[in-house]
Ligand binder design. Structure first.
Ligand code: FRU
Length: 494
């Protein structure tokens, strides 16, 4: 089916309830469905929005287009949780139903202010020539999860910024509110982050572009986020068209982070002596949203999906999912990402994995793993081999984790792993690990999603993969006996 502009932007009220039910029933049949991650009940999901804590619950929203696996007229879908793992869907929350967001309620953030959840997001309005007029809008959610939009935009497009002006993140820093927004400079067409300050969330004063790098950030920066970990500033952002010299990446667009030394937001300065890095070393992670939570921790959640890339589940009427929530910490200027505590509550039927004195070249670790599991493995130093995840004994396909703990490399390879997709952007990702050292892997498989935490969270590798249904095994292939220990758990659905 051809998705015309008219169809993508048809108002929600013009789709019948019956059609939506059919779309949902259809997506439910998909064999790629996830068990313990947030996915759309139909249509497309993209960025996480409004990730926050309010009224005794964690809240997350996501960019939703419920009527097809395409980027159409966007709204916010709402979920809440007591533990950051079990999420309760609450339905569409912010709909594109006013003048200022008539062509999409785009991404934004949320923060508790005076007993209410204050939401800031981008509304798109298009004129008769289809020219986009972005507005930074406000809304307020009460204890009953009722959202009231503020009648007037909070921030309008400044003259130096093009129509690419979106994704406000609202934070409180020292004695004032600040908002950082993704932008494209009108004159140079370069990607920027623009900064505003407010005392009262009514009047916003422009400070200017955030000065955080001298490198070329491409033509647009989407979804900027600023968090403070142990008082050290960390910037997350998604530059589009960024030079490889600034940070090497393989995805169509990277999701980067930069650890800072200090910020002077009043002066628009983010000072850093660090390198820009990939927030994830695998595939498919984009638009991550992080925030300083009232429990003193910093949490992040990501869109697992990329703009301008087709995925096999599109043909089954749904697209994309959110990552699990990760806790962010810093050690020696390096970001660490870890699963949250309640992830362990999903485990059942744990079984230890040990190396039987291995003479075979392929050692079966789990004969029937199913599609939802966590496996933790410690592989000894100075070994080479391949861990085959989701191994299908019929087709011999698998998602491969290729390790060399002697030279210090780790590769995630989805080349021979069901339906191929995004092949213009390589089907392997390789990251460096410490040579001559043991390797710790904490791997989460949720049917068509894999998330790997490496060496206690030094980095993660994430990938979607789309295999035909069948028996699933885990095995280890190596030319020599590989020393390891580990544990395998099945994971229940949320
Ligand atoms: C990033 C993004 C944002 C925008 C939203 C629209 O994936 O393009 O910049 O607000 O998605 O859905």
């Amino acid at each position: 089916m051809e998705w015309t502009r008219e169809m993508r932007y048809r108002s929600y009220g013009d789709w019948s309830a019956q059609t939506l039910l059919e779309l949902q029933a259809n997506a439910l049949k998909s064999t790629f469905k996830l068990g313990y991650h947030i996915m759309p009940s139909s249509g497309l999901l993209n960025d996480p929005n409004g990730f926050s804590y309010y009224n005794g619950y964690w809240h997350v929203f996501y960019q939703a287009y419920p009527f097809g696996a395409v980027h159409g007229l966007k709204s916010w879908f709402h979920l809440r949780s007591k533990d950051l793992v079990n999420w309760e869907p609450l339905g569409l929350a912010l709909k594109p139903d006013c003048k200022y967001d008539s062509h999409g309620a785009y991404s934004g953030s949320a923060k508790e202010v005076n007993g209410k959840l204050f939401i800031m997001y981008t509304g798109n309005e298009r004129d008769e020539n289809w020219v986009r007029h972005p507005h930074q809008l406000g809304a307020v959610m009460d204890e009953n999860n009722q959202i009231t939009k503020l009648p007037q935009p909070l921030i309008e497009q400044p003259k130096e910024v093009s129509e690419h002006f979106r994704d406000p993140q609202l934070i409180w820093h020292r004695d004032a509110y600040y908002v950082i927004i993704g932008a494209q400079d009108e004159a140079t067409k370069k990607g920027k982050i623009i900064l505003y300050k407010s005392k009262d969330l009514e009047k916003f004063t422009e400070i200017g572009y955030l000065d955080f790098t001298d490198q070329d950030m491409g033509y647009m920066i989407e979804c900027p986020n600023l968090v403070f970990i142990d008082d050290q500033p960390v910037l997350l952002f998604c530059p589009q068209g960024m030079a490889q010299s600034a940070c090497a990446y393989d995805d169509i667009y990277p999701n980067c982070y930069l650890v800072g030394d200090k910020v002077r937001l009043d002066a628009g300065k983010f000072e850093s002596s660090h390198q820009i890095k990939n927030f994830d070393e695998g595939f498919d992670v984009y638009a991550s949203q992080a925030f300083n939570a009232p429990d003193g921790k910093v949490y992040a959640i990501s869109w697992v999906g990329l703009p301008d890339v087709d995925y096999p589940s599109d043909n089954e009427g749904w697209a994309h999912c959110l990552s699990q929530v990760k806790e962010l910490t810093l050690k020696d200027g390096q970001l660490y990402l870890r699963p949250v505590k309640a992830m362990a509550d999903l485990r059942y039927d744990g079984q230890p994995l040990t190396a039987t004195p291995a003479i075979q070249q392929v050692q079966e670790l789990v004969a029937d793993s199913g599609n939802q599991y966590e496996v933790k493995l410690t592989l000894a130093a100075n070994q080479q081999g391949t861990l085959n995840l989701a191994y299908d004994p019929q087709t011999k396909q698998s998602l491969k984790v290729i390790f060399d703990t002697e030279a210090g490399t780790l590769t995630l390879d989805r080349t021979d792993c069901g339906q191929s997709f995004a092949t213009d952007y390589k089907t392997t990702r390789t990251a460096e690990i410490k040579p001559h050292a043991a390797l710790d892997l904490d791997i989460f498989i949720d049917n068509s999603l894999c998330e790997i935490f490496v060496n206690g969270g030094q980095f993660t590798m994430t990938s979607r993969f789309f295999m035909e249904p069948g028996v699933r095994q885990i095995n280890l292939k190596a030319d020599q006996a590989v020393a390891f220990r580990g544990t395998f758990w099945k994971m229940r659905s949320i």
